[in-house]
Design a protein. Structure first.
Length: 255
């Protein structure tokens, strides 16, 4: 399977403290790779570097064979990389539909002048955006909430809205930072099903998550970080049986 994302010797320093230390992994086309580890292991820092939010102190990130070092973060979506955040990023005074349509800004072609003059090309494009956003809201089970203000939605539905917004641009790689945080068992199971459907349609997923039941159910491969370094990589079964992973999560009995 071809590597879509390649991370090589990735490191990040904060004020003289090395938060991520020479981490290597890849994400292959059409797979779910989970990035796990104890609190403070560096998982979200890795995701922030991969998504262009912060630059690495050392190492290289390549997407579809292209070095990403000089690509501005706002251009990632146009290249096929979208993400959700650990803390919700919503526009409370906009409708659910409008929030999801924001995710399509990289696909718009009409000029600012055309939009301001309400030209036919601009109206057609907006209609296409609405239809695509509606399709994804149906996918995530929010069809009945399209006209609701985002600020009126409960937490679990806002999580689903964020995923719809990330997917509406048609990404090749979806980055997820703790998407199941705060969800109940039923919501988590539905989200797991949705991620498997996204993978089946060819989109690769890099997932940071603490819910081990979800990870062991949906991940094709798992990378484990501890204190900023990679300590293991393998299938869910291999990770469950890895002594270093067990020690990192549960502590060493000899200590």
């Amino acid at each position: 399977m071809t590597a879509l994302l390649e991370v090589q010797q990735l490191s990040r320093d904060f004020g003289g403290v090395r938060a991520v230390n020479q981490v290597d992994f890849d994400v292959r086309q059409g797979e779910i790779l989970a990035l796990i580890g104890p609190n403070g292991a560096g998982k979200s820092t890795v995701l922030n570097m991969v998504s262009g939010v912060i630059p690495p102190s050392a190492g290289e990130i390549r997407f579809d064979g292209k070095p990403m070092a000089k690509v501005p973060g706002h251009e990632y979506a146009g290249l096929g990389i979208t993400r959700t955040f650990q803390n919700l990023q919503t526009f409370d005074d906009m409708t659910v539909l409008e929030n999801v349509m924001v995710g399509m800004h990289t696909r718009t072609r009409s000029s600012l002048l055309a939009c301001g003059m309400n030209l036919g090309s601009s109206r057609r494009e907006e209609q296409e955006m609405r239809e695509r956003a509606q399709i994804w809201l149906e996918h995530v089970g929010l069809a009945e909430e399209i006209s609701s203000l985002a600020g009126s939605l409960p937490y679990g539905k806002l999580r689903l809205m964020e995923i719809a917004r990330a997917m509406v641009a048609g990404p090749r790689l979806l980055l997820l930072d703790e998407p199941a945080a705060g969800l109940n068992h039923t919501e988590t199971a539905e989200m797991s099903r949705m991620f498997q459907e996204i993978r089946a349609n060819g989109t690769a997923i890099l997932l940071v998550e603490h819910d081990m039941d979800m990870i062991m159910t949906i991940a094709d491969r798992i990378v484990v970080l501890d204190q900023g370094a990679k300590i293991a990589e393998g299938t869910p079964r291999e990770i469950q049986e890895n002594p270093r992973v067990i020690a990192a999560y549960l502590g060493d009995d000899e200590e």
